[in-house]
Design a protein around this ligand. Structure first.
Ligand code: SF4
Length: 230
């Protein structure tokens, strides 16, 4: 694709290590975990060998602490400020929900200066947090997460299974749980998007209609070779 991205200025304390934070456009992305309850057909983590546009996102089991994330974000900010702080890596960020909230809380309470407490914080997610964690987690994000982008992809439950390929425990109820997550987020958080990969096999009109019924704004995204993740 055209080179729209900026190479990370600081990946980690040592550039030979995997990237915990990385830059894309005007945002700083946070790679909290490689754990994921889905194996989406459009995920490129395997074909791209865990590389994302020059950043090695393979944490090799060494998931960062919130303190590490914030220290790296501060260093990035000092090098060049960014407009958004985004939880999105090769893995589902809510698999480390407590760490995610801690990072957001440190920023929003002004304990991560020079990062401003007004910094926009976004979560890119497959929307399965309520299913995986066994409770409605959206109220816990209130005041901490400004925007969620949920990879819904389709209005068809069978197609959702085929596209998202959830692990067995989340397969039977996953689609309904993702819809519940989006509905809650649209009610409680400042911004909620339901996203879908542009693909000929997806009925995008039905997808947009479902997003609207859930209270979220639909957003289409190109396949990763041509655009950004999620
Ligand atoms: S949720 Fe993200 S990391 Fe997990 S399989 Fe899908 S695209 Fe890949």
């Amino acid at each position: 694709m055209a080179n729209k991205c900026r190479r990370p200025i600081v990946h980690t304390m040592e550039n030979s290590k995997p990237s915990i934070v990385y830059r894309y456009k005007n945002a700083l992305y946070v790679n909290l975990t490689n754990s994921c309850p889905t194996a989406c057909v459009f995920c490129v983590k395997n074909t791209w060998k865990m590389d994302y546009r020059g950043s090695d996102l393979n944490l090799q089991g060494n998931e960062p602490s919130p303190a590490e994330v914030i220290a790296l974000a501060k260093a990035e900010w000092a090098a060049a400020p960014f407009e958004e702080f985004v939880f999105c890596g090769y893995g589902e960020p809510t698999m480390r929900f407590e760490a995610l909230l801690t990072c957001a809380r440190l920023i929003k309470t002004g304990r991560a200066e020079p990062l401003p407490c007004t910094l926009k914080i976004r979560l890119n997610t497959n929307g399965l947090a309520n299913a995986v964690l066994g409770r409605n987690v959206v109220p816990e994000m209130k005041g901490l997460i400004d925007s969620v982008h949920v990879s819904l992809n389709t209005a068809d439950p069978e197609q959702w299974l085929a596209l998202m390929r959830p692990m067995a425990p989340w397969a039977p109820t996953g689609f309904e749980k993702v819809k519940e997550f989006i509905r809650e987020a649209s009610l409680l958080l400042p911004e909620a998007f339901a996203t879908a990969v542009e693909d000929k096999g997806i009925d995008l009109e039905k997808f947009k209609a479902l997003a609207g019924r859930l209270g979220a704004e639909p957003r289409l995204r190109p396949k990763l070779e041509e655009g950004e993740n999620r």
